[in-house]
Design a protein around this ligand. Structure first.
Ligand code: MG
Length: 373
């Protein structure tokens, strides 16, 4: 009978990790770390349900990778995130793991389950091989336990323990604080916790990212509107008319955003910034692009190159090509030689040729951020 739920905590901001992607999104072959870790645990043990607690903005994108898991928005602290996840648990037992604990060996998981009925919380630990001094007193090393995760708990006890105001650094100390029992099992030195980006070079259990490339294309069209400022690629173009739009109408940036989202499989601009939302009325499209670039990098991609085609009878694009390249280079964090701007007229055909509006088509190329270098 499946009586245990797995909660994987991956709502952290990766501040200490300090690499372009968030730690939960670095790729192992083709899989983001959060998925790789979850699938490894699933291969060791069957679970009633699997709950992924993550940053609210990433939940929808995560569902692309597996739509059978339950995705829950995290909180500011580990404990709030855990409490959010625990609300969805209906099984008798729950195992909580941090995505950072990415290499837990099968034996540790088997051992947790073998001892499940010994206490309210089963905890793996390591003994200290170093001498430990606390406030100038040397402690008895034999009595020191270095606590690890994942821990396996009685669901009701853990829910009760986590609903306290006080913050705890692990499940077992919270359970102990409400008078619950704890049973310790041998952990493993292989259960490393990935905190800093530079630790990746020491971790041998994770496969390196695949070398695949991801192409995305985006297209956008805007009609002209008299008396509005015109922006293309974040550059103001001298013109007596601009673009009719809910935002500032930067048709180039909009097509670039769609190309970026296309390459990482994250939908389109309207899903991120609905034009029905008054928040985006007249918004500077550079801000929207910056948000998307941050998202693309957070979820594990690097931008390789960008190629833009502007179809415009008017205005004349040629005098602005260099400026547009520079502007995009800053916004994308990409050298300008990896950005290409092309312009063509509509040969007086169609709405472009009749000078009614502009079309921009963009292609981008992404690859996984290579943390193995
Ligand atoms: Mg648009």
């Amino acid at each position: 009978m499946l009586d245990t739920t797995l909660i994987v905590l991956c709502a952290g901001n990766s501040t200490r990790f300090a690499l372009e992607p968030k730690k939960q999104w670095i790729r192992c072959n083709d899989e983001p770390l959060w998925l790789y870790v979850t699938k490894k645990l699933e291969s060791y043990q069957s679970f009633a349900k699997i709950i992924i607690v993550a940053h609210e903005e990433e939940l929808k994108y995560m569902k692309n990778f597996n739509d059978e898991y339950i995705y829950v928005a995290g909180g500011d602290e580990r404990q709030n995130s855990m409490a959010n996840g625990l609300q969805k648990v209906t099984s008798k037992y729950v195992m909580v793991t941090d995505v950072a604990r990415c290499c837990v060996p099968k034996e540790v998981i088997e051992n947790l389950f073998k001892h499940r009925d010994m206490a309210d919380c089963i905890v793996p630990y390591l003994s200290s091989t170093d001498t430990v001094v606390y406030e100038s007193e040397t402690l008895n090393r034999e009595e020191i336990k270095l606590i690890q995760t994942p821990q396996l708990s009685d669901t009701v006890k853990l829910q009760e323990a986590m609903n306290q105001k006080k913050l705890f650094t692990d499940d077992s100390s919270a359970i102990k604080s409400i008078g619950g029992s704890v049973f310790y099992i041998k952990g493993s030195s292989k259960s490393i916790k990935l905190t800093f980006g530079e630790e990746l070079s020491k971790i041998s259990c994770l496969p390196t990212p695949s070398k695949d490339f991801f192409v995305g294309t985006g297209i956008d069209i805007h009609p002209f509107e008299n008396g509005k400022k015109m922006f293309l690629g974040g550059v103001e173009i001298e013109s007596s008319f601009g673009f009719k739009a809910h935002s500032d109408g930067d048709v180039l940036i909009h097509s670039l955003i769609d190309a970026l989202l296309g390459a990482c499989g994250a939908g389109d601009i309207g899903e991120f910034f609905p034009d029905t939302d008054p928040k985006y009325k007249g918004v500077d499209s550079k801000i929207l692009l910056q948000e998307i670039v941050k998202f693309v990098k957070n979820v594990g991609f690097s931008i390789v190159n960008v190629d833009v085609s502007i179809l415009a009878q008017v205005p004349k694009i040629n005098p602005y090509k260099v400026q547009i390249k520079k502007s995009l280079s800053i916004l994308l964090g990409l050298p300008s030689y990896k950005i290409n701007i092309k312009a063509t007229t509509g040969e007086e055909l169609g709405f472009v040729g009749r000078s009614e509006g502009v079309v921009v088509q963009t292609a981008v190329n992404l690859k996984y951020y290579d943390w193995s270098l």
